[in-house]
Design a protein around this ligand. Sequence first.
Ligand code: IPT
Length: 268
Amino acid sequence: LTLGLITTSLALHAPSQIAASVKMHAREAGYQVLISMIDENDETAIQQSINDFKSQFVEKIVINVPLETPLARAIAQQNKDVTCLFLDVAPDSGVFHVIFDPANGTQESVKRLSELGHKSIALLPGPQYSISAQLRLASWLKSLEAFGLTPSAIIFGTWDAQSGYDGAQQLINDKVEFSALLAGNDQMALGVLSALHQAQIAVPQQVSVIGYDDSYESAFFTPSLTTVRLDLDTQGKEAVARVLAATQGKTPDNCILPAEFVLRDSIT
Ligand code: IPT
């Protein structure tokens, strides 16, 4: 009994945490997991991995790759002989999914900053090719607008700490005015904290920072990071339960998990 997992880079914290969860919950259900890590959001690589799984008689496939709706639909359409469950698609994609609400945590982040009196907020979203990064950015912008605010800057990163570091340095070098910063994920927020520390800008006294993911390490940053929690263990668990429950022609309901705001010491 084998389940397939196609994933984006396991060098990133969230995908590796998801893979660990899928592996553990699959084992509990008596399944082993074959993992195929692909380089990028590349249709041929995904289809190639699905074909490899099919040739090994793997018929339950979890896909944790950021996919725009047309591509996700095309993949589901072309592979009806197996069950594909998607973890990184838009809520209205129409494909079988277990995802996180991209709006509730992002809205709450902006609301908190606004309540604290912040008016100059810089945005460091994840990469433009990622559907989740796009949805989080769209939700930040919409929430800012609701408070009559526009971002003081938008700099896209690549989910890793280096890109957060570079983004914050660019803000400092360009003399952008910002009293708060929203990062696309906690890894980027870590880079931001490092760049601000180096520039002797105190967090949270001079700049408030909010991350996203609540990875295992975020509570141990200096200062401890205010963030948005994605319960990745639950995502893995729900994904395994639903992909295994699916039968030919009948898939269980989709699932949208909440993304909860977590208040720690990095904002004031
Ligand atoms: C998403 C993470 O939030 C982000 O930090 C990054 O690791 C990204 O994955 C990699 O694709 S979580 C995903 C289930 C939307």
